[in-house]
Design a protein around this ligand. Structure first.
Ligand code: RP5
Length: 169
């Protein structure tokens, strides 16, 4: 089955998008994971247009050792919820700004999952795409000392970059 997908040896995070149009935003997820040396794989699989392909990917990815899924979708954004219905692994949801309502539709579709099948939902757009990657890193850091070291270094660097004074006029 894996010839239907982009697979990466040792990937611990599977990034999924409902459409290639989500990539300009989700590229930030990928570059954040890359910056922290977290092997991951990115695929476009639509929950409503390709349900069988999605089910096959989730089963295959879990068997190959993927530990966390990050799912991006826009509009009636059900990709993350459908993925969560197929796996016991953590699912992080990124609402896309998409084509209407500035992404509020995507945010509510993801955040308003009925109880029992959770998805952790992030901010609309780029901030959420980056934070989903960082949250995946923080989860992996619980059991991987190398990821933990990279995560602590990232946080320390970020802290040191905060401007203490307002910029001079
Ligand atoms: C969702 O609908 C996708 O995740 C995307 O955000 C949105 C628009 O998809 P396209 O019409 O660009 O394929 O399925």
């Amino acid at each position: 089955m894996s010839d239907q997908y982009t697979t990466v040896d040792g990937a611990s995070v599977g990034v999924l998008m409902g459409s290639a149009s989500d990539w300009p935003t989700m590229e930030k997820t990928s570059s954040t994971l890359k910056a922290l040396n977290v092997p991951h794989e990115c695929n476009v699989i639509s929950a409503h247009r390709q349900p069988d392909r999605l089910a096959a990917y989730i089963a295959d990815a879990s068997e190959r050792g993927v530990q966390i899924f990050i799912c991006a979708a826009g509009g009636a954004a059900h990709l993350a919820g459908v993925v969560a219905s197929m796996t016991e692994l953590p699912v992080l949801a990124c609402p896309m700004q998409a084509w209407s309502l500035d992404g509020l539709d995507s945010l509510l579709s993801m955040a308003q999952m009925p109880k029992g099948v959770p998805v952790a939902t992030f901010a609309i757009g780029g901030a959420g795409a980056i934070n989903a990657a960082l949250s995946a890193v923080s989860i992996l850091a619980l059991s991987d000392p190398k990821v933990k070291a990279a995560w602590l270094e990232y946080r320390a660097k970020q802290s040191s970059k905060v401007d203490v004074l307002p910029p001079a006029k």
